[in-house]
Design a protein around this ligand. Sequence first.
Ligand SMILES: Nc1nc2c(ncn2[C@@H]2O[C@H](COP(=O)(O)OP(=O)(O)OP(=O)(O)O)[C@@H](O)[C@H]2O)c(=O)[nH]1
Ligand SMILES: [Mg+2]
Length: 634
Amino acid sequence: MTESKSIIVGTAGHIDHGKSALVEALTGTHPDRLAEEKRRGITIDLGFAFLEDAGIRFGFIDVPGHERFVSNMLAGASGLDLVLLVIAADESIKPQTREHFEICRLLGINRGVVALTKSDLVDADTAELARLEIDDYLRGTFLEKAPIIAVSAKTGAGLDDLRRELCSAATQAIGKDASRPFRLPIDRAFAIKGFGAVVTGTLISGSVGADDHVELFPSRQMLRVRGVQSGGKSSTRATAGQRTAVNLAGIEHTALKRGMALAAPNRFLASTRIDVRLQLLRSAMPLKHRARVHFHANTSETIAEVHLHSARELAPGETALAHLRLADEILLLPGDRFITRQFSPVTTIGGGVILDALARRPSAKDPRRTAFLETLERGDNTDTLAAMIDRSRTGITQTEIASRTGWLDAEIRSAAQKLITTNRAKTVADPLLLVSSALYEDTRKKILTRVEQFQRANPLSPGITREDLRASLGRILRPDTFRTALAELSAAKKIDVQGENVKPPGPAIRLDTDEASTKSQIETAFAEAGLTVPAVKEVLAKVPVDAKRADQILHLLLRDKILLRISPELVFHRDALAHLKTRLASYKKEKGDRISVPAFKDLTGVTRKYAIPLLEFLDRERVTRRAGDERVIL
Ligand SMILES: Nc1nc2c(ncn2[C@@H]2O[C@H](COP(=O)(O)OP(=O)(O)OP(=O)(O)O)[C@@H](O)[C@H]2O)c(=O)[nH]1
Ligand SMILES: [Mg+2]
C-alpha cells in the first residue's frame, strides 16, 4: 500500500461566516472545544478535525474569525498546505475575509478552495452577486482560478463538490517533506492523566516517533518522546504534514506552551536577530526605521524592532531587505514565513520570509550585507554556501551550515563538493570545515612570507615556532586552516617543519666563518673547563661576533644539547656532566651509595657554589636523591 498523502487545510474568513459549521459538515467533528466557545457561539482558539478521502489524510485547522483573535488564527495558519476560504453568501467579503486572506498570501500559501457558505439563506441573484465580488477580489492572487463552491452546512448542499475540489487541490499540493530534519512548532500543551505532558502541532518537517530524542526550543532541553499520535490516532511515527500530538517524558506540561518548538536534537539554534525580505501591505501606514511591530512566525509571537538596511521608511505596498531584532528567542530557519502586525492599534501590516535566521547586528560597516542577502534570496544552495563561507571570514563548519540553512547533510555535502571541485572553497578538516579559496591562499602566502621574514631577521634560529607563526597571522584563524596550510606547504617542500619550528627549506643553519669559530670557541671553553665552568658572560665577551649573534649561537649549542643550562647562571658541557655521572657510579661501587656535600666537593673539586646546583641537577635527573644532609646515589 502506498503511503497516503497528508495535507493540512485551514479555514479562513470573517466571524460567523460558517467556518466551524462547515468543518463539522465535512468531517463530522465540531472543532470548537472550549466551553466559552460553545456558550458564545464563536470560535476563540484553534480547533482540529480529520478526514480521509480519496487516499488523502486531511488535517483541518479551524480558526477564529473574530478580529480580537487573529493572533490565534496566525498560530494555525502558518502550517497550511491549503486554505479553505469561507465567505458567507449573505454577507460576502468582510474585513477579516480580507485580513485572513492577506495573511495567507503573506505566508506563501499557494493553493485553496473558496466555500460560499450559507447558500441556503440567499436567492440565486444574491449568490451570483457574491460570486462576482469574490472573483473581482481574488483577481491576480493565488486563488484567481480556484473553484468557488456554494455550500450549506445546514442542508448539505454542495458538500460533495467541495470535498472533490479539496481532494483535487490536495493532489496538486506539494505537501511537507518527511525526509527533512524534524521540526514541530507547538500550538497546544496539556497533560493527560497517566501519560503526562502532551504537545500538539502541525508537523512541518521530518518525522517523530516513540523513543526519539528531541530538543525543546527556545530552552534547548533534551527530551524523550514517549509516544505520538498523528491525524487524531495513535501511531508509531508521525510524518510531516500531519497534525501531531507528542507525549513527552521528563517535563511538566506547565513548562510547555504555544510558541515553543520541538526539533531534531543538536542541529539548530534559536534566533534573536534575523535578516528578512519584508513586505508592507498596501493598506498599511508607512513603516519607519526602528519601528516596533508584533512578530508572528510558526506558532510563536513576540515583538520585533525593524531596521531597514537602506531607507528611513518603507512605503505601503513595497518590499525591502530588513533586519528584525526579536524580543524573545525563537527557532527559525531560512524560508520560514512571518507576519508583522502594527504595534497599536493591532492590525496586520505585512510579513515576509526569513533569509538569514542568525544575522549579524546591523552596522554601517557592513555594506556587503545586501549582496549577501540577495544571494540567499535567489535560493541556489551552492551560491548560498559560497556566500556564507565568504561572509564567515574564518570558514564554516558542517554544524554551522546545518543550523544556518536547515539543509540535510547530503545537501550540505553536495553544495560543498561543487565549491571544492570548482576551486571556490577548500575543505580543511574532517568533519567538514570549509574556507574560501581566497582565505586559504592568503593564509598560505602569509605563512611563506612570515617564515622567510623571521629567518632573515634571525638567521641563526632553528625557525619560527608554530605558535608564533600562527599568532603572527593576525586574524582569528581557525586552527584547522592553519594546520592544513602548514602541512600542505611542508609536503610541497615550500617550508621545513621540524618539531615545533618552521623555517624555509634547505640546510639547517649556515654559519659564516666568524660564527663558526664563535661556536667552536664557546664549546671549547666549556669543554676544557670541566666542572669549574666560567661565567657565560666572560666566554661570550671574547668571541668575534656581536652580542646578539653570540647569544644566538649559545642558544644553538643549548638547543642541540651540547651545552646544558642547569641553573640560571651555570652552563656545562655535556661531556663534563657525563663524566661526573661515571665518577659517581664508581664512587658508589667503592664507598657505598651515600655521599655528603663535602664528599661530593672532594670528589669533584668544585666549590659549594657549584656543588649545590650540580647536586640539584642530579636530583632532577634521578641520578641522586636527597636524604637529609646526604645524597643517595641511585
Ligand atoms: N443557515 C445556515 N446557517 C449556517 C450555515 N453555516 C453556519 N451557519 C450558522 O452560522 C452561525 C455561525 O457559524 P460558525 O460555523 O460558528 O461560524 P464561524 O465562521 O466558525 O464563526 P467564528 O469561528 O466565530 O469566526 C452558526 O449559528 C451556524 O449554525 C449554513 O450553511 N446555513
Ligand atoms: Mg468558528
